[in-house]
Ligand binder design. Sequence first.
Ligand SMILES: Cc1cc2nc3c(=O)[nH]c(=O)nc-3n(C[C@H](O)[C@H](O)[C@H](O)COP(=O)(O)OP(=O)(O)OC[C@H]3O[C@@H](n4cnc5c(N)ncnc54)[C@H](O)[C@@H]3O)c2cc1C
Length: 404
Amino acid sequence: MMHDADILIAGGGLSGTALALALARAGRRVALIDPAAVETRAAEGFDGRSYALALGSVRMLRALGLGGPLAEQGQPILEIKVSDGRAGEGPSPLWLHFDHAEIEEGPMGHMIEDRFLRRALLEAVAADARIDHVAGARVVGQHPGAGHVTVTLDDGRQLSGALLVGCDGVQSGTARRAGIRRTGWRYGQTALVCALQHERPHHGIAHQFFMPEGPLAILPLPGNRASIVWTERDARARAIQALDDDGYLAALRPRFGEFLGEIALAGARYTYPLELSLAQDFAADRVALVGDAAHRVHPIAGQGLNAGLRDVAALAQVVDEAARRGEDIGAADVLARYARWRRFDTAALAVATDGFNRLFSNDNPLLRFGRDLGLGAVAHLPRLRRSFIREAAGLTGDLPALMR
Ligand SMILES: Cc1cc2nc3c(=O)[nH]c(=O)nc-3n(C[C@H](O)[C@H](O)[C@H](O)COP(=O)(O)OP(=O)(O)OC[C@H]3O[C@@H](n4cnc5c(N)ncnc54)[C@H](O)[C@@H]3O)c2cc1C
């Protein structure tokens, strides 16, 4: 049977565009569907986040032809410093320090702003003749059949393929229509996100301060700039976001400290409510889930997109190997291989990020003492420290070929 594409992808966010490229580069024909116009998604203020991309993700994006934007607009992460902190007190004296010099592979990863990464992915998609980018249309129905799946779009069109991949985010309609249930909860925390200009150079060092209300990440961007992910309880975050720019900076300064000198806002301010959401299965009849559609985790470790890109690399590899063997790429046993590969890794990430957030986002003196002891112990155990660095760099576990 002749399909409109080999693979239909619902959702043209970062996961969906990366997956479209990975599949197309391996010779598959792809239809990529997203309700937002390309110009909307490529616009400057579309999303205020910047991403800490682990080395494994960087390798994959380079393999997909995005080495240029990463080199020009990315900031290598050379060191990570982690400590307990309290507003106005500065970081605790027990630092945990991860230095890329302790591993052979180079920087642990790169920071890149959404506006550069998203635009680069969209441009690469537009340049690949094997990808039909159906922008401005929403998937509203899916109908698996013998050897194919058909999707219905909100403008009435129908498209068919051998496999449908849901990259449609945490509210994934693809998962819901396939009968896949989710587990998870809201954290009652919101991330305040902005870019800052600062007086002194950051030397490629990322900082994570564990405050009682939630973590504050100060992540290096090119030049004397940093991306801030500042977690607060929901009501407090709403109040801070409602302040004018001066009030916002006045609230941030005691938490941020003075180690980078004077700070000023370098763009708009954004908020993101935080939640854990894990799909109970990553595959169903002719359907696979990728990215936030499969798992949304707390950004405490900056791993959500990295996990989504691992899904992309794993699914692209499973599909490619199946096609080479002459298998039906949407068959249940093929999709089960993908689900098995990614399910455990992602559940472990969800448990770890959830546990870290609970352990660190409080001011219990006993826990604080224990945390400081733990940070101090890791600081004095080089082998354990190196294994943390390799974990943060995305170099552990069963790595798909695209990340090697
Ligand atoms: C504050 C914060 C900081 C973060 N920092 C990091 C970090 O440093 N490193 C990291 O790895 N991760 C980080 N993350 C996680 C990362 O942002 C997400 O994991 C990632 O953006 C998810 O991308 P996605 O494409 O899977 O989903 P989404 O971005 O949600 O994209 C879903 C797409 O599906 C489309 N869609 C929805 N419904 C339909 C439909 N019916 N039909 C077709 N299309 C549809 C939407 O329009 C959208 O384009 C952070 C998250 C937060 C909140």
